[in-house]
Design a binder for this molecule. Sequence first.
Ligand SMILES: Cc1cc2nc3c(=O)[nH]c(=O)nc-3n(C[C@H](O)[C@H](O)[C@H](O)COP(=O)(O)OP(=O)(O)OC[C@H]3O[C@@H](n4cnc5c(N)ncnc54)[C@H](O)[C@@H]3O)c2cc1C
Length: 467
Amino acid sequence: MVLDDAAPPPSTDRPLRVAIIGAGPAGIFAADALTRQTDVPVAIDLIDRLPTPFGLVRHGIAPDHAKMRAIRETLHRSLDQPLVRFVGNVEIGVDLSLDELRRHVDAVVYTYGAALDRRLGIPGEELPGSLAATDVVAWYCGHPDADRTRVEAALAGARSVVVIGVGNVALDVARVLARTPEELEPTDMPQHVLDALAAAPVEQVTVLGRRGPAQASFTTQELRELSDMAGATVLVDPVDLELDPGSEERAAADRVVGRNLGVLRGWAEHALDAGRIPLRLRFFRRPVRLHGDDRVTAIEIERTAVDGDGRAVGTGELEVLPADLVVRSVGYRGTPLPGLPLDEGNGTVPHDGTGRVLRDGRPSTGEYVAGWIKRGPTGVVGTNKHDARETVDALLADAVDGTLAVRGDVDDLVTTLQARGAEPVLLEDWRAIDAAEVALGASRGRARTTMHEREALLAAVRAAAPR
Ligand SMILES: Cc1cc2nc3c(=O)[nH]c(=O)nc-3n(C[C@H](O)[C@H](O)[C@H](O)COP(=O)(O)OP(=O)(O)OC[C@H]3O[C@@H](n4cnc5c(N)ncnc54)[C@H](O)[C@@H]3O)c2cc1C
């Protein structure tokens, strides 16, 4: 599989040029793994379509998870490495095609995440007032592409909120919507988000799971956090906690499930205090249709039972719940990058098991994949570290055995981008954005306020370094 016998091995004069597409955790961990080894001299371009690094650590992890979001500081250390060049505000497939990119580098690592929401496929899903968790999360985290008008219009009339799904993201959304303004003030949410949440008339939040509590995918830590809410009380119907033998077995065998059940049983004894928002966790309920003419007014749900294989089956028992805002949180999936194969079934890039991209079933020289677009949308930030290292190990093995070689002189990527009028955001530019966000926060007595408009982010760059 050696490409070119005459190609020289990478050297400090001509290191192996690696482009990493996506500066989320997987991309940053991949860059980190490349800089921590000395066998193969490397130079890394860490490219992101946004002017800011960190992927879902900035635009996914809930802003009230301050400790978790602080992982940015650890990730930043890898960006500071001299062998790593952050190149933000460049979308591969839009600003530069994959073919063009590959002419500038010897290898590409795809770490562009899995950002598309999955749909329920039920009538009424398109109505105003029906949103994907991706929409709500992007909005409250200040993602430049968030549809602010749509989310804020839905929120403005939201007395009864229904969140569909029982994973951590569903709990994030339910928790943020039920928090008091005082609880959210110390976060780095954009100011308009704080204002819209404070003005939202939320009176109740219901989280629905198709299956039982033993099949829910939230973590115990995330579940427990619901206990700390200043203005909301978690309620669970004890009937939902009566387990069939299969679920009992699962709870006995899986420590997380057992602990989750312990937490839920504690809540089953709760009574609702006046003046607090009820946050109900309901299991064995699946959505059937959303009601409403020009916006959602209710959701029809069906009671389910779990069969021997742990699947939800309908019982025919229907119920209609009032709902002005329905947020579906039933998973993410990867999207295709033009020129790169994607397994349509699971929304991931096909690879050989260690991260070498497969084209027509065979490893494609110089192409690697890591993170959510490799494994699918599962796992916490740290899961991507091991995953990225596995991918980088494959890349380095290919460089050492000569499968992957340097390809002579190549033009500098950033110079090419600038020459064609693009505005790549480099590390010092990101520092200017960072400083502007801290200054904006300080003006309101906060540690940071996220700037959500791409133009505002770029204006901070231009103000710091007039071009
Ligand atoms: C709502 C939510 C909350 C979460 N909360 C937690 C939590 O509390 N704790 C925890 O440990 N984990 C949490 N996770 C999981 C964690 O965020 C993921 O494991 C992790 O972010 C996946 O890393 P990634 O690098 O594969 O993808 P991402 O973080 O999505 O990064 C992908 C990057 O690629 C960029 N990109 C996409 N397309 C292109 C392109 N064409 N060209 C250039 N760049 C591109 C994107 O802008 C993005 O920056 C959460 C996930 C979600 C969705």
